[in-house]
Design a protein around this ligand. Sequence first.
Ligand code: F6P
Length: 365
Amino acid sequence: MKKRVLVATGGGDCPGLNAVIRAITLRAAREQNWEVIGSINAFDGILNEPNEIVVLDSRRVGGIHIRGGTIIGTTNKGGPFAWPIKNPDGSWGSADRSDEMLRRLQYLGVDAVINIGGDGSQSISQQLFDKGLNIIGVPKTIDNDLSATDFTFGFQTAVQEATSAVDKLVTTAESHNRVLVLEVMGRYAGWIALHAAVAGGAHVCLIPEIPYDIPKVVDKIYQRFNKGRGFAIIVVAEGAKPKDGEMFYEESTETGYKNVRLGGVATKLIKELKDGGMEADMRETVLGHLQRGGTPTAYDRVLATQFGVKAFEMVLEGRYGEMVSYRHPNIVSVPFKEAIAQYNFVDPDSNMVRTARGVGICMGD
Ligand code: F6P
């Protein structure tokens, strides 16, 4: 009987997930005694009744590397340790179904699991590994906020999308002498905003790591207007916050969704700029999930393919409890504990921030 590796994709989707799934499957097909199955919607596919498991073979994954999303679905709600359950009074609680999941995996004849996901998914990987599961992680996030890897796939695609938006906003801002604010994703880390601001030639870039000072931003824009450059582009990360202020978010009412919901900082910023004396016309654009959908760039397909091949080879080597990582120029692996220990924040003294400041981008401070 063949050995079985189960693949799951968890958390928010990200361009390149399908390329990882394809690479795992094609690499496994080169071995005589392995087969690959996928769990639908992260680990829900194992826990749902009846279970939702699909066979992944070379035919099934043919051509999927150019498609965004994930053919096996994903979820950023619940999970085996916090499965949503409805209480008799109608309220929602959660149950730990991890032991049951391990039993079900055993019943399905699963020898190893590859969990593709961000920090939340890799904490689940760590907990499952602690319970004895043969599990390997593959990092995923458009935000690029995992510290144990130089880059995650999906990030470059998101930056490309955000940069195209800046390029388009420039021509309309210039025509109307407006200040246009582009809100991009980046919950705790401002990588997408920073890269898109530099690539697109924005004038102001506001990120969570550098709290912004409204008078400084107003001043920067007026300096431009006074020089006869009567428009400005501001790129703001959704998690950006003012000096002495808080991140702008809503508590989610969705069952099992633990994150707070970001979005709306651009509108808030425009109000703050008006209150701070900015008289020019201003408009906001929220790029939202356009950054997560669509075709991955060639760079992300290559990185995702490298991650997939490495993940399966880690299964062959029995390197359980570890996550794939890119440490230029190598694809290596790191223990889960290290992988989830801290976020990859933008360092305000880094070369990237110096580059942005060097070409005159105001970082809000
Ligand atoms: O974690 C990645 C991310 O893209 C964040 O930047 C963003 O806040 C979040 O996902 C949005 O998630 P959802 O799809 O649940 O709205």
